[in-house]
Design a protein around this ligand. Structure first.
Ligand code: AMP
Length: 176
């Protein structure tokens, strides 16, 4: 058993009240990232939940999604594929616009990032309303790949983000 099994990642999440605006309790992951055992335990648990699903690649959205998706891809010996904000990816992209509470946003993926019919897992830091990862799933479908599961370090279950990610399998390490 690795040393990381002895730590609880939940103990390394810091609540920051009223960030980025009044009324929001921000789940700060920086103490977790700063503790190699807690960070490793989080990646290990994501690997346990998502391994064995026949996944061909791990997709992560900019920016905090990269922090979990890239080490998880290495751990599972799978390709890591970034989804980015507009204008950041250098080669030909597919783009997907999605609605926010006020206005809209856009995410992009390289057209050749995933093979047709491949099974992917989307991994992000926090599942809040689910809007970001829903948009990632739509983008993955646009490329011709399939979403096998979605993984999160943290799930804010009271925001019911699972609902808009249905019917995808959800794996979360820490649930509030
Ligand atoms: P979502 O509403 O699921 O689209 O959330 C989008 C992103 O916002 C998540 O991936 C997080 O990076 C971030 N986020 C939303 N709510 C919180 C929160 N309470 N604490 C920390 N990050 C959050």
């Amino acid at each position: 058993m690795s040393n990381s099994a002895a730590v609880d990642p939940r103990d390394f999440i810091r609540d920051v009240a009223d960030f980025p605006k009044p009324g929001i309790v921000f789940k700060d992951i920086t103490p977790l990232l700063a503790d190699p055992r807690a960070f490793q335990a989080t990646i290990d648990r994501l690997a346990e939940g998502l391994g064995g699903l026949g996944i061909d690649a791990i997709v992560g959205p900019e920016a905090r999604g990269f922090l979990f998706a890239a080490p998880l891809a290495l751990r599972l010996e799978l390709p890591f594929v970034p989804i980015r904000k507009p204008g950041k990816l250098p080669s030909k992209t597919f783009s997907h616009e999605y609605q926010l509470e006020y206005g809209s946003d856009r995410l992009e993926i390289h057209q050749d990032a995933l093979s047709e019919g491949s099974n992917v897992a989307v991994v992000d830091d926090v599942l809040a309303t689910g809007g970001t990862v829903r948009a990632c799933c739509d983008l993955i479908t646009k490329v011709g790949a399939k979403v096998a599961a979605c993984g999160f370090a943290i799930e804010l279950s009271f925001l019911n983000g699972r609902e808009i990610l249905k019917p995808h399998r959800i794996v979360s390490v820490i649930t509030y």
